[in-house]
Design a protein around this ligand. Structure first.
Ligand SMILES: [Zn+2]
Length: 78
């Protein structure tokens, strides 16, 4: 299973992927979308990024589990 190490975070507002951010990010910082100039709390962006990453990863996990279950049943009924 491949979990992308660096998942691209998209702006919740416009879907842009470029953000202006401080050199060093701290909790509570805000980042600004380059495309629509909308600012978002870093926590929100992180959450969105996490949700998006999960949306990519979950189908893969599901496929893995289904494959595993299939293998189990095959073994059982052999
Ligand atoms: Zn934007």
């Amino acid at each position: 299973m491949n979990i992308p190490e660096q998942h691209t975070i998209q702006c919740p507002q416009c879907g842009g992927i470029e953000f202006e951010q401080p050199q060093v990010l701290n909790d509570g910082d805000w980042v600004t979308c380059v495309t629509c100039a909308q600012s978002f709390p870093l926590d929100d962006i992180r959450q969105v990024g996490l949700d998006q990453a999960m949306a990519v990863v979950i189908p893969e996990i599901k496929a893995e589990v289904e494959k595993m279950l299939e293998g189990l049943f095959k073994g059982k009924f052999k």
